[in-house]
Write a protein that binds this ligand. Structure first.
Ligand code: ADP
Ligand code: MG
Length: 630
């Protein structure tokens, strides 16, 4: 087969190579992938036949056939599904549909060490068909698309390209003929095929029939259960069957974190068979944020693009919903506004969130595992689903400045000091950046816990200023925070206030002086009780953008200039004390100005920024150093 007419796309060639040579360790999964495709094709045909009577060209029952021929060394897998026309064959079998697949596979190929997971990977990427080249050195695909009158034959050796020519297939559907490689003869054993079908494809809704053509008196046998898995009673279903079902629908690898199989009857009736996979799919953060729940109406597959069925922040939930409460004739487009879909969605979301709450209460370790995989996505709901915000806040987990635990807001609030009114958080690009912030000093020394918000998404929901149990979320890098009353034995508050007044008075001049010299660089200057080791820090004024938000804006627009910050100074720091003393003699004014500039610039640097005037900063610092050593 050297003169192939059409070459595979460059990407397809590479992917084929990865799939065939190194993606997985168990070749038998080609059976699963090909049956899965046949079943999808029948799903499509079934739907079309119901909505377009003209497509309904046969009264044959839907089924998948496997013919093993040990004389010819072939396996033939055929279905009476939707079929493919010439264009479909080129597009579906010659190119890779999902963007990002190649990049992911290549990266995976480099770093693969756990062979076990490989087996489950393949169906996820829309490359299942290529699995046939693991066992075959030539694959023929005969296909006729329902509603058309031509049929086609696609042939390839899975190396460089393929040929397409007309064929004489009579009925619509697809027939795959695999010419087995020398080392793949094991699959000519009927029992072997039967074993593999039972193992992976028992849940397929259509009968899978097998015939050993070259055996004497061979009879066709149905070798799977052949009823849609979700229509069976949960007690009759084994965990493994659920797993196979989920990998059949591309829901991901291995054992799911959570499986939900329910039958709901009420204002709207439906069955759901859903899972939360144990790890995130590679396209979880694609910009389109699409969910892919499959909607069935009365066991007929309708679509996996019904966005209203489940909100984007639950897009990590995979599986199917089957209902009788929607008219089969409703067009896919109309589904978006269908009231029954809205009702199902509402009920479904409630169910999923309750289930998550249950895990959170019962099995902390498992919940943390879930949170690490999908927490960032669930948090999107905090600003997209205001109706369920409180529930979502209960489910959210946060890092904190004291240890590595992820804690709930409930935990946080329950351990708050009685005088602490707000929930404190620090926002930053990363946790480690947050932890090195001077803003935390006072909190650390008083043992006041601060939540760390290091996901970009946090800026969005936090800016909508919600509350949790009547407590506000307060950024410790924004607005004025008084820690004096918290965790202090407030026996003599009066005395304390007078002390504070005294301190204020003591530094009035210094503050006025620095305001004059720093000018437009700062919005204001004030004393703070938040610092212990550092002399100064910058905070956003109430209502101005918090640092992390400002960083996000800058990523979008490098020229973005934030509002000037408030400089907070630590009255107990030796440098500040010294500056205050120097002020009593006019001749030191310049020195105080320079020290003020250093305070301001270092506060900027501690926020991860460059000095506003690096040259001036270096010059002043060098002056101080020269004075210091001479
Ligand atoms: P996926 O099934 O994830 O899309 P595959 O590589 O398994 O990826 O199949 C690629 C495409 O080829 C399918 O999406 C489908 O359009 C088409 N296809 C494969 N097998 C069949 C079949 N038996 N009948 C009709 N179409 C098929
Ligand atoms: Mg497939």
């Amino acid at each position: 087969m050297s003169n192939m007419e059409k070459k595979f796309e460059a990407d397809t060639g590479k992917i084929l190579d990865i799939v065939i040579n190194s993606l997985y360790s168990e070749r038998e999964i080609f059976v699963r992938e090909l049956i899965s495709n046949a079943s999808d094709a029948i799903d499509k045909k079934k739907y079309l036949a119901l909505t377009h009577k003209s497509i309904n060209d046969t009264s044959d029952p839907f089924e998948i056939k496997i013919e093993v021929n040990s004389k010819e060394n072939t396996i033939k897998i055929s279905d009476n599904g939707i079929g493919m026309d010439e264009e479909d064959l080129i597009n579906s079998l010659g190119t890779i549909a999902r963007s990002g697949t190649k990049a992911f596979l290549e990266q995976f190929n480099k770093s693969k060490d756990d062979k076990k997971e490989d087996v489950n990977l393949i169906g996820q990427f829309g490359v299942g068909f290529y699995a046939s080249f693991m066992v075959a050195d030539k694959v023929e695909v005969l296909s006729k698309k329902a509603g058309t009158d031509k049929s086609w034959k696609w042939i390839s050796d899975g190396k460089s390209g393929y040929n397409i020519e007309k064929s004489d297939k009579k009925n619509s559907g697809t027939e795959l003929i695999l010419h087995l490689k020398k080392d793949a003869k094991e699959f000519l054993e009927g029992t072997r095929i039967q074993f593999v079908v039972r193992k992976y494809s028992d849940h397929i809704s259509y009968p899978v029939k097998m015939l050993e053509v070259s055996k004497k008196d061979a009879k066709e046998e149905t070798i799977n259960e052949a009823s849609a898995l979700w229509t069976r009673a949960p007690k009759d279903i084994k965990e493994k069957q659920y797993e196979d079902f989920f990998s059949h629908i591309g829901a991901g690898f291995g054992k799911p974190l959570l499986t939900m199989h329910n039958n709901t009857e009420g204002t709207v009736s439906y069955t759901n068979l859903l899972c939360i996979p144990s790890s995130k799919p590679f396209d979880l953060f694609n910009p389109d944020r699409k969910s892919s729940l499959k909607l069935y109406i009365n066991r007929v597959f309708i679509t996996d693009k019904c966005d209203n069925l489940i909100p984007a922040y639950l897009r990590f939930v995979k599986g199917i919903v089957d209902t009788q409460d929607i008219d089969l004739n409703v067009s896919r487009e109309m589904l978006q506004n269908n009231p029954a879909v809205a009702k199902i969605s509402k009920s479904l979301v409630g169910k999923i969130l309750r289930e998550l709450k249950k895990i959170a209460d019962k099995d902390k370790a498992k919940y943390i595992q879930f949170w690490n995989e999908f927490g960032q996505v669930l948090k999107e709901g905090l600003y997209e689903d205001l109706e369920r915000k409180d529930t979502l806040l209960e489910l959210a987990r946060f890092s904190n400045n004291e240890n590595d635990d992820l804690i709930s807001l409930e935990d946080y609030v329950n351990t708050m000091d009685k005088n602490q009114k707000d929930i404190y958080y620090i926002a930053a690009d990363t946790k480690s950046q947050a932890l090195s912030s001077p803003h935390l000093e006072g909190f650390k020394s008083k043992g006041i816990k601060v939540l760390v918000m290091a996901d970009p998404i946090d800026q969005f929901w936090l800016s909508m200023a919600g509350k949790f149990k009547e407590k506000n979320f307060v950024s410790i890098t924004q607005g004025e925070i008084d820690l004096d009353n918290i965790k202090s034995d407030k026996k003599d508050p009066k005395n304390k206030d007078t002390k504070k007044d005294d301190v204020d008075k003591k530094f009035t001049n210094l503050i006025a002086h620095l305001k004059a010299s720093l000018g437009q660089n700062v919005k204001d200057i004030r004393l703070t009780s938040k610092l212990t080791d550092s002399p100064a820090c910058l905070v956003a004024d109430k209502g101005d953008m918090d640092v992390a938000m400002e960083n996000l804006m800058k990523q979008r627009d490098p020229n973005y200039q934030g509002a000037p910050r408030i400089l907070e100074i630590n009255p107990e720091h030796a440098l500040v004390e010294k500056m205050n003393k120097l002020l009593s003699d006019k001749k030191h004014n310049n020195l105080v100005d320079d020290a003020g500039t250093l305070l301001f610039e270092q506060a900027r640097m501690m926020e991860g920024k460059l000095p506003s005037d690096p040259t001036k900063f270096a010059k002043i610092m060098n002056n101080f150093l020269v004075k210091g050593v001479s």
